[in-house]
Design a protein around this ligand. Sequence first.
Ligand code: ADP
Ligand code: MG
Length: 460
Amino acid sequence: MQKDSLWQAVLGEIELSVSRGNFLTWFKSTQLLSHDDTTVTVGVPNVFIKQQLERKYNDLISVTLAKNGLNPITIEYKISPLSTTTRAPQFDEPIFVTTTNQEPAGSGAVRASTNNSFSHSYRQGINERYTFDNFIVGAGNELAFAACQSIAQLPGNKYNPLFLYGGVGIGKTHLIQAVGNAISKQNPAAKVLYISTEQFVQEFVDALRFRKTADFASYYRTADVLIVDDIQFIAGKEKMQEEFFHTFNALHQGNRQIIISSDKPPKEIATLEERLRSRFAWGMSIDMQNPDFETRCAIVQTKAQEHDMVLPTDVVEYLATNVQTNIRELEGALNQLLAFCEMRALEPSLEIVSSLLGVSKTRPKHLSAKQIIERTARHFQIPMEEIMGPKRDKDIVVPRQIAMYMLRSELHLSFPKIARELGRKDHTTAIHSVEKIEKESREDAGLRHTLSEIKERLYA
Ligand code: ADP
Ligand code: MG
């Protein structure tokens, strides 16, 4: 049999025994380079596919070859540029090319399987919910969207770093995580790291404390794609900036993609080292704006559809007109409406939405922010000064986060207001805290219990 048709027969059988995703990722762009009695040589496009085939699929390939009349003693996988023809356009050259050179021949270590001792339970990673597909594009975010898509197709190449900045709740995190998701989907072995700057700093502090800075450095400096969210938090943290500077250089030199988000442009981040500022300007900086009215309407309608609801136009327009701060708030208002209607088996209408949005602003009149903070502090038996103060100990930080969560859930305060109530300047801390408690309370019954206890006392 011809090499090609032989390999097509082998692939045809393999296709039947692995999932479609696995087939497309690992097998589709392979080819048979040569074979004799002892050795079959398979051409593969990159080192990740090579390693995956060697480690995971070698037996399957061997058995399938045998069925087609070949019984080699060894199967060799060789990185071969020819086998790039059928795969996604040029995807992995820019970011993997140096990897291939660095990897010692026959090395079994897959870099992406981060069997690194440096791991942290609080690292959040990427949320699969954030994709390009469910991101609505319109005036305000279209440039950012286009840049992110182009990065997903060709990471490390064109816009490096990408620096996305804009106000809170307008889709920065969604978009930069969508890049990560798209890249991971195309190449599951790529080491795509997403980290919020707060976590980044916390990990670095821990690394210093436990003398693990070398692990920390090697973990981040071997990323294929590094996504750092809310970089404004690096302001004033000199050692962290120094560390990030080196990470940045290592990745950039290796053509690894770097994506950064911030609530303001680099030049407005106070106490950002000049050399980092200039690095951030190397690639592309894009300003994201709150989307225009039409886009906001489209977002509301799409999010409603995700809940299997189609909203009347007047309801959509009411929301898009009345919640103009940002998309997060808009989504919150929509969810409130949907929950209200669902519980009472009502169809959403203009009457309902207008009374609901009107009411929710005034509802908890009898409760003040101060009462909520006091109640939370008392629950954890810590003094008010501590919860309002600068301390970062865990037994103070968690109650503080819970207080922020309560201010949000009970008083619907805006994030900047929540931050101010707790004596904080930066509202992104409030966002992270509320999101963290929301997320953890879904998984942690103990925390849910704590929250309802505090609430009960509040309303008692
Ligand atoms: P940021 O990081 O800028 O503060 P996020 O990315 O967290 O904002 O966005 C807040 C919420 O709004 C998320 O739930 C996100 O999915 C949603 N969102 C923002 N922009 C869009 C958009 N254009 N299309 C769909 N959802 C969006
Ligand atoms: Mg964000």
